[in-house]
Design a protein. Structure first.
Length: 341
């Protein structure tokens, strides 16, 4: 056998080996890497495929892929529910969105990922790229979510009944607050359910978080009137900001107050040596008082430092900072007192 013949046979053998190996690799490659999976069909599973140069990165990528699908579907179903509410209310401009859309989407997605598992893994022997398949069983997830939604709904109805049976404003507020939290939780579970099983529960929720929220705000405005007394520079502007924050929480001012917020604010040069910037230090010391018995139920002490290119701009920035801080903090502190938190 001459050299040419030997090289020809060797080349043919090599080509046969590569061709056979390619067929074997193609046969071993899972169908889910490039598309849908026969073992995990879309009707029964939500799936996400990920890849990476390590196994962990591939799995993280798969979780992320499924999360993107879930996040999109949650956002869609939530929008649909909001549109339905808007139609029910005659397209009022001031629809009360009972759960912030972005917050609901993120919470739902996080909860969904707790039920996800990595079902399969595969490594391409040629490229050494790792692949992972994340799956969420629609049927099992739907069953669990349906029960959780019903449990949360029952809790909401129970707290709503307690609110109706008491005449004490604080007890009523606490019960309605807990009913509202449970109703919103039921909405979250129901939103999840509509994603993993598009038909959902079918009959819809029997508790209305928006109605509970309206009841609670009406109670707060009726039984917990507020007043704010502030001393110091920019006292009027600070008072207006605090009242605006309280009004957003459902409180109103005027008449005989049930709750009083009083205190002092101060702003002074920070005495920081800087050739270009001027700094102003601000402080706030507030006391929260319940009119009945003149009982102090809270104290807020805050301070900060703001800088700008001119003294006037530094003063303006310091005022904005104290307004933002107190408008958010005071309302939350008053609500915690009322709800017993």
């Amino acid at each position: 056998m001459n050299r040419f013949t030997r090289w020809t046979l060797l080349l043919n053998s090599l080509m046969l080996f590569l061709t056979t190996t390619g067929y074997l690799l193609a046969a071993e490659k899972p169908d889910w890497v490039d598309g849908s999976s026969a073992q995990y069909p879309e009707a029964a599973y939500l799936t996400g495929v990920g890849s990476g140069d390590t196994r962990q990165r591939a799995e993280d990528s798969a979780y992320a892929a499924l999360a993107r699908i879930f996040r999109t579907e949650v956002r869609t179903t939530t929008h649909e529910r909001e549109d339905f509410r808007q139609t029910e209310k005659g397209k009022k401009a001031d629809i009360d969105r009972t759960v912030n859309l972005q917050n609901q989407t993120e919470v739902s997605t996080q909860k969904a990922l707790e039920q996800v598992r990595i079902a399969e893994r595969w490594t391409d022997p040629v490229s050494q790229v790792y692949y992972a398949l994340a799956v969420l069983d629609r049927s099992k997830s739907a069953s669990a979510l349906r029960q959780k939604s019903l449990d949360a709904e029952m809790e909401a109805r129970d707290w709503e009944d307690r609110a109706k049976k008491t005449t004490d404003p604080r007890d009523q507020a606490r019960a309605l607050h807990k009913a509202l939290l449970a109703a919103r939780q039921a909405e979250l579970y129901d939103s999840d359910l509509r994603v993993v099983q598009p038909t959902g529960r079918g009959d819809g929720l029997r508790v209305n978080a928006a109605a509970l929220d309206e009841q609670l705000k009406a109670l707060l405005s009726r039984s917990f009137k507020v007043d704010v007394l502030i001393e110091g520079p920019q006292a009027t502007a600070v008072r207006d900001a605090i009242l605006a924050g309280l009004h957003e929480k459902g409180f109103i001012s005027g008449g005989e107050p049930d709750l009083l917020i009083k205190g002092k604010v101060a702003m002074e040069d920070a005495d920081i040596k800087d050739p270009r910037w001027y700094y102003v230090r601000w402080t706030a010391d507030l006391t929260l008082i319940q009119k009945e018995g003149q009982k102090e139920f809270g104290r807020i002490q805050r301070s900060g430092k703001e800088g700008q290119l001119t003294p006037k701009e530094a003063d303006r920035k310091a005022l904005a900072a104290v307004q933002k801080e107190l408008s958010e903090t005071v309302g939350e502190s008053v609500l915690k007192f009322i709800y017993g938190e």
